[in-house]
Design a protein around this ligand. Structure first.
Ligand code: DX5
Ligand code: ZN
Length: 229
């Protein structure tokens, strides 16, 4: 059975008690998902590089999955490469002419390199760099805000990425980000997603650790049924 990773989005944590929010996960997470917003690429602001460094210092063994929703990669990418992130994901819509070079920059720094596509952006637009990707992040909502509803049509991209990976022997994990809740998480897994980001549904639940435990059980059952068919 394939492994599915759960990545709580810290953007959904209590901003005045992020450490307490993290403790409420009781170590039952695989990655931390960290959203970086610049007020240009998206209409919101979130964390900066110092936050990311502090997270690394406090959780030395965690996989920090940093998602850059920013315009000025030339200025900020070199800074984020030195924050202790485990992976850096950049958007295909940001400076598409530099996408290949930026991914190379991330890989040369020894980090996992991710490419993200917004809901209107087709998988076709990143075909030329899929061989470089360790991660492909499908945005399933308009980026910038937590608590939105998943746009159903975006799951189709996961199926497309699964078949491209099979045909071309690519190595990327497929990640989904936005609007994931207890009712649609197995749909995302069955569509082929390997990494599930969830913010508000995890941190606004009564018991975040239990939310993840239930999600893992649901995923296991769904994959068992899927393998049988
Ligand atoms: C949205 C961010 C997401 C966000 C997900 O722009 O990229 O990571 O935190 O939040 P939920 O799970 O609430 O949609
Ligand atoms: Zn994100």
């Amino acid at each position: 059975m394939r492994k599915v990773l759960i990545a709580p989005s810290l953007f959904g944590a209590d901003p005045l008690n992020i450490e307490r929010s993290i403790e409420s996960l009781k170590n039952n997470y695989d990655w931390f998902h960290l959203d970086i917003m610049d007020g240009h690429f998206v209409r919101n602001l979130s964390f900066g590089p110092e936050y990311c460094k502090a997270l690394r210092k406090r959780y030395p063994d965690a996989f920090i999955d940093t998602h850059l929703m920013i315009d000025s990669l030339g200025v900020l990418l070199p800074i984020f490469l030195k924050t202790g992130s485990s992976s850096i994901t950049i958007h295909a819509e940001t400076e598409p002419q530099l996408l290949h070079a930026s991914l190379m920059q991330i890989k040369q720094a020894g980090l996992k390199a991710g490419i993200s596509i917004c809901p209107p952006t087709p998988v076709d637009s990143i075909r030329h760099v899929l061989d470089l990707a360790d991660l492909v992040l499908i945005m399933s909502v308009t980026p910038g805000f937590g608590g939105q509803k998943l746009i159903e049509g975006t799951l189709e991209k996961a199926r497309e990425l699964v078949s491209l990976r099979e045909v071309h022997k690519y190595n990327y994990l497929i990640e989904i980000d936005g609007g994931i809740n207890e009712n649609n998480i197995t749909d995302a897994v069955l569509a082929g997603c390997d990494v599930i980001v969830a913010g508000s549904s995890v941190f606004e639940s009564k018991d975040p650790a239990q939310w993840i435990a239930n999600a893992r059980t649901g995923i296991k059952e769904a994959l068992k049924d899927f393998d049988r068919t």
